[in-house]
Write a protein that binds this ligand. Structure first.
Ligand SMILES: Cc1ncc(COP(=O)(O)O)c(C=O)c1O
Length: 369
């Protein structure tokens, strides 16, 4: 009997009248259209695709693309330290099911991207949730973390820049996390799908997989690169035994990612900086709009993000689900309520990644709810 439960986020989307709504919670920046991507990169995408062999790829993925990803994101690692996955969602399943056995304890922070918790629970882990400190830019609750670590702790899952709050940590904080885990032999699973979307004045962290041998870093084309139509992610680790186990499990799932996706990614990666610049310009300008709208607002509050493409907006007077369903029914705008991120804080995830979002923000933040 499988134990797969529906994700809360999927349940809201299915059970609420979201079909005709404007979606305002996406964690990816506005996805590129074919034409916009061609205009930005000057690539002839049709020609590129027509040159692609429609064959299976190897399970670990094309060595050329892996080499490109290593040199772009994890330059101190080797090509064989990285495997391609069909999206980050597959990566989460592979890492957790490779490492977790029933009874292991896993630590992570909330609010959070729910699959990071539920996939671990489904694998038999006892997942301890530690609330990020909302009063201090959703920062790490160090004392709770230190108290929670014990002999059974197998893994710490982190995700910075963070979904949904957009909080970031400093290199010194990352060092502190690594040193805590190293002392106890704890794995770090670092979900780095928003790496590259650090806002102005926020420095980019080095990939955890480069810094700590008992860790895995994960990236994907859907988030920082705003290309969710390309189902391609990657896992990187120095631990070749773990890599082997992930590949064995992958051969039960997608076997390999789409060769079309891999082929097009090879051509797009050299334009990473241009793409990130386009994404950050949408995000920074929406962040400023939201910041202005929330000045002295009596019903909404936000600790503004320092990275990623979303903000967590706190509600001062309403339970999250009531607010979100009212906004959906009356204004046909869909934002994702706090419980989808396993938090009791009343609030919702708002995208900062959408083009021409100002009038929609105006509707969301009008004060007659
Ligand atoms: C933090 C985080 N990790 C992983 C994923 C999964 O990415 P994908 O849907 O592209 O597989 C998401 C998607 O929202 C995410 O927010």
């Amino acid at each position: 009997m499988n134990t797969f439960k529906p994700f809360k986020m999927a349940s809201y989307s299915q059970n609420w009248p979201t079909n005709t709504a404007t979606v305002m919670h996406s964690s990816n920046p506005e996805p590129f259209s074919w034409h916009e991507l061609e205009a930005l990169t000057q690539l002839d995408l049709k020609q590129i695709l027509s040159d692609c062999p429609m064959a299976y790829e190897s399970t670990q993925g094309s060595p050329h693309l892996r080499e490109q990803l290593i040199s772009a994101y994890l330059p101190t690692l080797k090509t064989n330290d990285l495997a391609l996955t069909s999206g980050a969602q597959e990566g989460i399943f592979l890492v957790i099911n490779s490492l977790i056995e029933a009874g292991d304890e896993v630590l992570t922070f909330t609010p959070c991207f729910e699959p990071l918790v539920s996939v671990a629970q489904e694998a038999g882990a006892d997942v301890k949730l530690l609330e990020l400190d909302q009063n201090n830019h959703w920062s790490i609750p160090w004392q709770s973390l230190e108290n929670a670590i014990n002999d059974k702790t197998k893994m710490l899952i982190i995700n910075f820049p963070h979904n949904p709050t957009g909080s970031c940590i400093t290199p010194i904080e990352l060092e502190r996390l690594i040193s805590l885990c190293e002392k106890q032999g704890i794995w770090i699973f670092s979900d780095e799908v928003f790496r590259g979307l650090e806002h102005r004045n926020q420095s980019r962290l080095q990939s955890v997989a480069e810094l700590y041998s008992k860790s895995v870093s994960m990236g994907v084309m859907s988030k920082s690169m705003a290309l969710p139509g390309i189902r391609l992610g990657w896992l990187a680790t120095q631990d070749l035994k773990l890599m082997q186990r992930c590949l064995e499990i992958k051969s039960h799932l997608s076997i390999c990612q789409s060769s079309l996706d891999a082929h097009i990614t090879t051509h797009i990666l050299p334009f990473t900086n241009l793409i990130l610049k386009r994404n950050l310009s949408i995000i920074e300008s929406n962040k400023e709009i939201v910041k202005q709208m929330l000045v002295n607002h009596s019903e909404f509050r936000c600790s503004l993000p320092h990275g990623s493409a979303t903000a967590f907006i706190e509600l001062t007077n309403h339970p999250a689900e009531d607010f979100c369903i009212k906004l959906l029914k009356e204004e046909h705008i869909f934002v994702m309520p706090g419980p989808a991120f396993l938090t009791d804080h009343s609030g919702f995830r708002l995208t900062l990644g959408k083009h021409q979002a100002e009038p929609i923000y105006q509707t969301i933040f009008k004060s007659d709810y």
